[in-house]
Design a protein. Structure first.
Lengths: 228, 215, 244
């Protein structure tokens, strides 16, 4: 337990430090998701519709950006064989899993807050105070689940060359429940399409289940996944 | 004398090619074993098998009593591998890199400072990002990380490559002192002359097989 | 020198013949003997292919999960479990595809649309994609035991994901959909013989599944053996290169 905690902290700090130092999230991923949000507007070409589907668009943009962030998270490990070194050192895989998941969650959360702000501006969404509370709750819980499942599948992709392209195919179906749940909860929070604020909470419950399941599974399966 | 590595008839495969075609190797505690041979002979693969990174296809192997066939992941707690790559995080500074490795094993800041001092990467270099280091400096950073991890079995792949003479001397001294504190070293090297002086035993690797041994 | 080795044995040959007979009977029952539906007319006959297909798919994926669990828990790690898991998944994907296509055609004939976003269809599409992913992971290479372990974990992950997706999609559609008219299956009145034909469909498709599974697993074993032989040759070559 001591070791796991120690390793997790070391890994979280290391990942966030790397992000702080290289600012990839800020300089590349954030603009990328902004572009996605704008392209949605080009494609959908109707302010009423945009407002109505804003929650879905926010979460879609999050998921697509997550692919990039996860790949980056593991590219950092494989660039100079650091993951190899971690494996050889017998560094507690559970610790690595928790550490990388936490770092991923932090980055995703930052991104989602930005996307929320963009949606408020671009798509003319106006939630109530309760709506904001619901939105933040949704973001927090959905992100926990995304952090776990992204790290798990990212680990599989990092194992050897030529595997990174599998990530979208494996990850996106797996996060479908999050897309459905988070979007419905956010719709309830925004009041889109007449949704009631109270309708969102069951969906948040689903997100919590998802987070719990993938937290447990990831803890068990991550070690074997990063094997060559 | 305690056996640290025991490989018998080991076949290891890289993309359907038998990198190792039947290796028999025994290494005892406190030895410095040099693996010597041409490119493509399989030296790196032997090291990776011992590190538990490369699975054994045929034959049997154990490192520090752990069966490589069934438990190759748990081999690793006391093993340090310095491969062709350095295992560095390129966006982090030298200090941050070594400290990361230290924090995974609970080593203190003093140990970090000491390791960096021995590899001459303290001072100005300490705050330079790994991506901006020369190849030799990166090597030294990787070695410092190994020192800080207090490995019992050191597996080194061309460790002298990229180091200047002073660096190579320092490395030899470090290996000697590691061995005298109870570690074991297996290294693959082209630097024949220097390595021969360092090694307690020389093993010739060729075509995926051991073809000779001398002390 | 070529050796031809067949994956057939007397048992599978008997099974094969029985399957063919059962299927012939199914075709006759389905197309001729059974009655038309009051509402749908002859298009209801699609049901005799569509429903057994999805049934076999679930059977197949269940087997994949089971074999994967056995492989992971079994200390001796016999690869035959992995091969059965993989063969089963392949057949499962095939039958999901068949069920999606037949369901789509059925919907088109009955209700005029090829696809609707109802819970069941959506979940089924997801099932399909998830196991395509599983098959992709199987092809990543490495030693047989690496492949087996990776695939086993993926299969168990799929077992977790499928219910999660299914539940989410269900919740999603029930909250939105007024009347689920999308499943042509829902409103069919089955008389005695139609019900019997449907069950016969389940039985004969299951026999087909078993036959395909046994052959595919054996084929996999042969493929793996060929790879092993290739390795033996490669080892020999490497040794002679080194001069011994």
């Amino acid at each position: 337990m001591q070791t796991v905690r120690r390793v997790s902290l070391a890994v979280v700090r290391k990942d966030l430090r790397i992000e702080w130092s290289s600012k990839v999230l800020l300089n590349q991923v954030a603009p990328f998701s902004l572009v996605i949000m704008i392209m949605f507007a080009f494609a959908l070409d109707n302010e009423g519709i945009l407002q109505r589907v804003a929650p879905g668009l926010v979460w879609l943009a999050t998921l697509f950006s997550m692919l990039v962030i996860v790949q980056r998270s593991f590219a950092v490990e494989t660039a100079d064989g650091a993951l190899d070194a971690l494996r050889v050192a017998g560094t507690e895989p559970l610790g690595i899993f928790i550490g990388k998941s936490l770092a991923l969650m932090v980055q995703l959360l930052a991104l989602e807050l930005m996307l929320l702000a963009i949606a408020l501006v671009l798509y003319a969404v106006e939630p109530t105070a309760m709506g904001y509370a619901e939105t933040f709750a949704t973001m927090l819980i959905a992100t926990i689940g995304l952090g776990f499942v992204g790290t798990l599948y990212g680990g599989l992709g990092a194992g050897a060359r030529g595997r990174e392209t599998l990530l979208p195919l494996l990850l996106l179906p797996a996060v479908a429940p999050v897309l459905i749940g988070a979007t419905r909860a956010t719709e309830a929070a925004f009041g889109s399409g007449g949704a009631q604020s109270s309708e969102g909470w069951p969906w948040i419950g689903l997100l919590a289940v998802f987070a719990g399941v993938f937290g447990a599974v990831g803890a068990l399966a991550f070690g074997p996944m990063i094997e060559e | 004398m305690e056996t640290v590595v025991e490989l018998s008839g080991v076949v290891a495969v890289l993309s359907n090619f038998p990198a190792l075609a039947g290796i028999d190797l025994v290494v005892h505690r406190g030895e410095i074993v040099l693996l010597h041979g041409p490119n493509g002979a399989g030296k790196t693969s032997v090291l990776r098998v011992c590190a538990g990174l490369l699975p054994i296809e045929r034959g049997e192997g154990s490192v520090m009593g752990v069966n490589l066939r069934t438990h190759r992941e748990s081999v690793r707690e006391q093993v340090g591998l310095l491969g062709h790559s350095n295992g560095l995080y390129l966006e982090l500074t030298v200090t941050q890199n070594v400290s990361f490795w230290a924090s995974t094993v609970g080593a203190t800041a003093q140990e970090v400072a000491l390791a960096m001092q021995r590899m001459k990467i303290d001072g100005r270099l300490a705050h330079v990002k790994a991506s901006q280091l020369s190849a030799g400096q990166r090597r030294r950073c990787a070695l410092a990380s190994l020192i800080v991890r207090r490995a019992s079995l050191w597996l080194l792949d061309e460790p002298h490559a990229g180091l200047d003479t002073a660096g190579q001397d320092e490395l030899d001294a470090i290996l000697q002192s590691a061995v005298s504190s109870g570690a074991t070293v297996v290294l693959a090297s082209h630097e024949t002359q220097r390595s021969r002086l360092l090694a307690t035993r020389i093993v010739k690797v060729d075509g995926g097989l051991i073809s000779g041994s001398e002390s | 020198m070529t050796t031809t080795q067949s994956t057939a044995t007397p048992t599978t040959q008997k099974l094969g013949i029985a399957t063919v007979v059962a299927l012939i009977f199914l075709v006759l029952s389905g197309l001729i003997f059974s009655a038309e539906d009051v509402v749908q007319g002859s298009t209801v006959r699609m049901m005799y292919v569509h429903v057994p297909s999805i049934w076999v798919a679930y059977l197949a994926f269940g087997l994949t999960a089971l074999c994967s669990a056995v492989y992971v828990s079994n200390r001796s790690r016999s690869l035959i479990w992995d091969r059965f898991a993989g063969a089963s998944a392949e057949i499962g994907v095939l039958f999901v595809a068949i069920s999606l296509v037949t369901g789509s055609l059925w919907g088109r004939l009955t209700w005029g649309t090829f696809w609707v976003w109802d819970a069941r269809l959506t979940s089924t599409a997801f099932l399909f994609i998830t196991y395509i992913g599983y098959l992709a992971v199987r092809r990543l290479g490495g030693t047989f035991s690496q492949r087996a372990r990776r695939s086993a974990i993926m299969a168990l992950l799929a077992v977790l994901e499928i219910p999660l997706v299914h539940f989410s999609v269900n919740l999603w559609r029930t909250l939105h959909q007024k009347a689920s008219i999308a499943d042509p299956n829902a409103k069919v009145q089955l008389d005695g013989f139609m019900l019997f034909t449907l069950f016969w469909g389940l039985i004969s498709f299951s026999m087909l599944f078993a036959w395909l599974l046994i052959h595919r697993q054996r084929l996999m074993a042969l493929e793996d053996a060929v790879q092993d032989q290739g390795l033996d040759r490669a080892i020999q070559e490497r040794r002679t290169e080194a001069g011994r």
